[in-house]
Ligand binder design. Structure first.
Ligand code: SME
Length: 160
């Protein structure tokens, strides 16, 4: 496994994702432990893309429980249908939130977080975990993030 990511911060966002995703694939390729892989994916996304907060919430019974993440400390448990993460779990669709203050029921783990994108990963047709990426800027996420992070969720589904 390479110990450092090769990145070009001057490239546009799509190009950065295209550079990063194959490296993430290689990073998790030789490891079968889910926690280890999610931890490295969170770090690769945070430092590869410069996001404010990147982390996973895992479905455990009737609650999402905080998993591997990078960034400031965060809420540990989220109920189904609550906040952006709980809504994505309930509906099974990715959500891009340009302004978290305008999302009804948004759970503010950090007041610095201004926009976010949340995507689900499925196993046997059921949401097993979600990826939450937060930015300290408004409107930081768009269809490019949805496209490439969607590809990442397919990769993660292969690890479940
Ligand atoms: N804002 C999220 C909660 C998780 S934190 O942002 C890390 C939500 O509303 O679901």
């Amino acid at each position: 496994m390479a110990e450092e990511l090769t990145l070009d911060p001057t490239a546009d966002k799509a190009a950065q994702y295209r550079t990063l995703l194959p490296q993430i694939e290689a990073l998790v390729g030789g490891e079968e432990d889910l926690t280890a892989n999610l931890a490295n994916i969170a770090a690769a996304l945070k430092y590869g893309m410069g996001f404010f907060w990147v982390g996973f919430y895992l479905v455990k019974g009737d609650t999402l429980v905080l998993g591997p993440f990078q960034g400031p400390i965060a809420c540990t448990r989220i109920r189904k249908g609550k906040g952006v993460c709980g809504t994505v779990w309930e509906n099974g669709n990715a959500l891009v939130v340009p302004n978290v203050d305008e999302f009804p029921g948004h759970i503010a783990c950090s007041s610095a977080s201004k926009s976010e994108i949340v995507l689900p990963a499925f196993q046997d047709g059921t949401v097993k975990l979600i990826l939450d990426v937060d930015s300290d800027s408004l409107s930081a996420f768009d269809s490019i993030d949805e496209q490439y992070l969607g590809q990442l969720m397919k990769l993660i589904e292969g690890l479940l």
